[in-house]
Structure formats: structure tokens, C-alpha cells
Design a protein around this ligand. Structure first.
Ligand SMILES: [Zn+2]
Length: 489
């Protein structure tokens, strides 16, 4: 009898999933491209200015004495020369070593302003790889299809697009009701910089009582996705949060001595068990609201058989999570990841280690604190004679809502520009400047409106970083429309 009941329940569930899948399609309104007013944008000037911006070697370094500050001075002079209307209309404040705040005063001072973030700095060219570049990384070469060079994707492309859009809006005679801030950090690429420019800008805002309505920074992009017969769209991932990254040292002590008379296990042997325990006991996978929304949005665009899964996430959650944990890039979206990255034992090959240590990098989900990580280590490792020491790191960001004006504006603008575009919330794996603005803003989105395929995204920070020119028009149009939509009331 119980067997029949179980079968009956399964049959019912299957029927429900099939019915949901059949009716789970985007509404007609969403699918139709809206007629929107064309925006005046100057792609040729953008390309020229981006090429020239790449020529200025604004390479950052953890050691500020090793930075060539003249390059940053050059970059500031370049912005002044190329964007005369911005420099006439907006106020400019220099912060810290080389960060900048531009403020376009809104006509209604009672409204919170919006901010567009960018970082002026780029990463250096890795030793021994200069010869691998097709064109010099600081030439900004434009071959008619791509603009090549360091910063072409991360993120002079974005910064120059913001400057272009504001310059053009002033030329068009537009006046914002809300203030528009352009905030340009100078050392985003330096991990844990003690003099972080973005942090100093955010502190300046806090001191001056500036609260921001919303922020757009780098993070996501618009990625063409084509899974044969299942999904064919441009996935615009908007980073609503970023993961944390905290590093711990875990050590085991043991008797030292000469390696000619070793015990059954040395300190390193005991540590091997610690590593295995950590790897075998991963953090529990969860499905945060934004991951659910990501799948739901994608699910709407999938073809029928695949839609059986994507539109029944509520029902299939345990199975989906179990499958995702087996695929590292998918697992990183749903749980705090553990990576044992460094190890050390004795300083000599014939000496038994008195103390052996590993370094573990945890990429934390929003909401997971350092106390949670420490508790997880203690629970997972059977050996209770370990020392746990926090080394460095930063916590995960807060999660920005998908119900804000800003998120809705991004969604509306992208999806109306091209019916293939699909906007969904996303979790950013790395750190951005935007994180520092949490004390002055709740609606922080990491999104670059450039259509770029995965192959090009992987060139970021690497050899042959380059921007496809085909993405320029869309990005310039997006920023102009976004600023207008967000600041006209
Ligand atoms: Zn960047």
C-alpha cells in the first residue's frame, strides 16, 4: 500500500513539474523588443580615447614607492584634455595618492546621487610574457576589430565609456535631477592595499554625509551563451554580491629530531590527515535567493525538455545542489570553497619538522563570517591539537537587492536593447572596489555592459587582452540611458 502511495506522489510531482515547465515562458511583453529612442554616441572618439588611455602605463603595485606616479598624473591630464565639458561642468576632488571623484550636481539636492565606478590602474605584464603579445600591451593598437592592450577589458574600456557618456550627455544639454558621481580609484588591482583609493573615496563620502542611491562597478559582462537546442541568449550577469576570501594557517606540532630515527608520523604526516579532513568535509551547499533567481531567469529561456529542470528548482533543489557540488565552477556559486594552497615543514631534508603548517584559502559566501570558518575547521578536523591562525583576507559583501530601481533599470535597458539579452543576478568571485562603498550604499551592482565572449574574458590580466569594437556602441548607449533613467526623477 505504502508503495502505491509513494508511486502516486511521484506521479503527481512529475505531472506538476511537466505542467509548470509547459507554462513557464517569458511573457510576450518581455520578449518583444521595445522601441527606444536612439542615443547619440561617438564610437570613433571612444575608440581613439580608449587606445590613448591604454598608452598611459598606470600600473599599480602593493609597494606605493614602486608606482610610477607620473603615469597617473599623465592620465589625469589626459582626462582633462579629452573631456573638456566634464571638467567645465563637474567638480573634481583628488583623493589619496591618485583617486578622483567627479560630481555632476543634480538639480534636486534632496535626492541621493548615483555613482559610476572605475579604476584607473592596470595589472603589470607578467615576467617573460611580453613577447607573447601580438601587439605591444601599451600601444592601444586598433586593428579595426579589436583594441589591444592592458586595460582594454579591465577596465579602461568601462572607465572611458562612462566618461564618454557623461561628456555626450552634457553636450546634449541634459541636466540630472540627482547628482552623478564618477569615482575613479587608483589601486583596485592591489590585493589588500593599505591605502586603497576606493576605501578613501567611500570614507570621504561618509565624512561629507553623502549617501548613494546606487552604484555600478565592474564585475559582470554580457556573455553570448549557446547550448545547442537548449539555450541561445546573451547572459548579462549583474553581480549583486562578491565572495569573501580569508586565509588561515593551520599548524601541527611534533617532536623534532634527526630523520634517521623517524616516528610513525611526522608533523607533516599528521597534517596530511588535517588536509584530507578539510577536503572531505566541505561547507554545506545552499541556494541563496539570487542563485534561485539566476536559474529562474535562465529557465525561462530554455527549450522544453531542459525547462523541466530549470523551472522546477523549488522541487529539485536537493538534486540540483548535489550535481552542482560536483562541478567546481558551479560549486563556487553555492558554497564557501576550501582550497589548501601552501604547506611547509622542516627547513632541511634530514630534519624532522617540529612544526608543520598549511595555508588554506576559504572563498566565503555572503553571510559566512570568520567565526563560521573557524568553527567549520574545528568541526571538520578530527585532530584537536591544531593551531588555527587567521592570516589575511576580507569578508564577503552584502547582497544587493534585485528589486531596486537600479537593478530594474539595468534589466530594462539591456533587455530592451536586444531581445537576446537576459539579465540575471550573479555572484562575483573576485574582489572589486565597490565592496568599499557598503557604508554609503545598499544598491551595489557589478556590471560592465559589453558583449564579450568567454574566450576574450579569459584574456583579462593575461596576454592579448583586447576589446571587440562591436561592443562599444551598446556600452556607450547603455551608460547614457542608464544615467538618464536613474537621474531624471
Ligand atoms: Zn578590474
Amino acid at each position: 500500500m505504502t508503495g502505491y502511495i509513494i508511486l502516486g506522489v511521484i506521479a503527481l510531482l512529475l505531472a506538476v513539474t511537466a505542467v509548470r515547465a509547459a507554462f513557464f515562458v517569458p511573457s510576450k511583453k518581455d520578449a518583444v523588443e521595445k522601441e527606444v529612442e536612439k542615443e547619440e554616441v561617438d564610437v570613433a572618439r571612444y575608440c581613439k580615447n580608449l587606445s590613448d588611455a591604454i598608452k598611459i602605463k598606470t600600473v599599480s603595485n602593493y609597494d606605493r614607492k614602486a608606482v610610477d606616479w607620473k603615469e597617473f598624473e599623465k592620465f589625469h591630464a589626459f582626462l582633462e584634455e579629452r573631456y573638456p565639458l566634464i571638467h567645465k561642468t563637474l567638480s573634481k576632488t583628488e583623493i589619496g595618492d591618485a583617486s578622483l571623484i567627479y560630481k555632476w550636481e543634480g538639480s534636486d539636492p534632496s535626492l541621493d546621487g548615483i555613482a559610476l565606478l572605475g579604476h584607473q590602474d592596470v595589472v603589470p605584464i607578467a615576467d617573460g610574457t611580453l613577447g607573447d603579445w601580438t601587439y605591444d600591451p601599451f600601444e592601444g593598437f586598433n586593428d579595426g576589430e579589436y583594441i589591444w592592450g592592458r586595460g582594454a577589458m579591465d577596465m579602461k574600456n568601462h572607465l572611458i565609456a562612462v566618461m564618454e557618456s557623461v561628456e555626450q550627455l552634457i553636450k546634449d544639454g541634459y541636466t540630472p535631477k540627482r547628482s552623478v558621481y564618477i569615482c575613479l580609484g587608483h589601486n583596485e588591482e592591489v590585493v589588500a592595499a593599505p591605502d586603497n583609493g576606493a576605501k578613501q573615496i567611500a570614507e570621504y563620502f561618509k565624512e561629507h554625509g553623502v549617501h548613494l542611491e546606487s552604484i555600478i562597478d565592474e564585475g559582470g559582462a554580457i556573455l553570448p551563451v549557446n547550448v545547442n537546442g537548449v539555450l541561445n541568449c546573451n547572459l548579462a550577469g549583474v553581480g549583486v554580491a562578491e565572495k569573501g576570501s580569508v586565509n588561515y594557517e593551520i599548524s601541527v606540532n611534533a617532536k623534532g629530531g634527526h630523520s634517521s630515527q623517524p616516528p610513525k608520523h611526522t608533523a607533516l604526516g599528521h597534517l596530511a590527515d588535517v588536509i584530507k579532513d578539510l577536503e572531505n568535509h566541505q561547507f554545506k551547499a545552499i541556494m541563496p535567493k539570487f542563485v534561485y533567481e539566476l536559474f529562474t531567469e535562465i529557465g525561462k529561456r530554455c527549450s522544453y525538455p531542459a525547462r523541466l529542470v530549470t523551472c522546477n528548482i523549488w522541487l529539485l533543489k536537493p538534486i540540483i545542489l548535489a550535481v552542482m557540488t560536483k562541478i567546481p565552477p558551479a560549486a563556487s556559486l553555492i558554497r564557501t570553497c576550501t582550497a589548501v594552497t601552501m604547506a611547509s615543514g622542516s627547513p632541511q631534508f634530514n630534519v624532522l619538522p617540529q612544526r608543520a603548517s598549511i595555508t588554506v584559502n576559504f572563498r566565503t559566501m555572503p553571510g559566512v563570517t570568520r567565526a563560521d570558518v573557524e568553527e567549520h575547521i574545528r568541526k571538520s578536523v578530527r585532530n584537536k591539537n591544531i593551531d588555527i591562525k587567521f592570516l589575511t583576507g576580507k569578508d564577503a559583501s552584502a547582497v544587493s537587492p534585485t528589486s531596486s530601481r537600479s537593478f530594474k533599470a539595468i534589466k530594462e535597458l539591456c533587455e530592451s536593447a536586444d531581445s537576446k539579452n537576459l539579465v540575471a543576478p550573479f555572484l562575483v568571485m573576485g574582489a572589486t572596489d565597490a565592496y568599499n562603498y557598503e557604508p554609503v550604499c545598499e544598491n551595489i551592482y557589478r556590471f560592465a555592459p559589453f558583449v564579450v565572449d568567454t574566450k576574450l574574458l579569459l584574456c583579462t590580466h593575461g596576454t592579448n587582452e583586447r576589446l571587440p569594437l562591436s561592443s562599444a556602441q551598446g556600452a556607450l548607449t547603455f551608460f547614457k540611458r542608464y544615467i538618464k533613467l536613474m537621474t531624471q526623477d
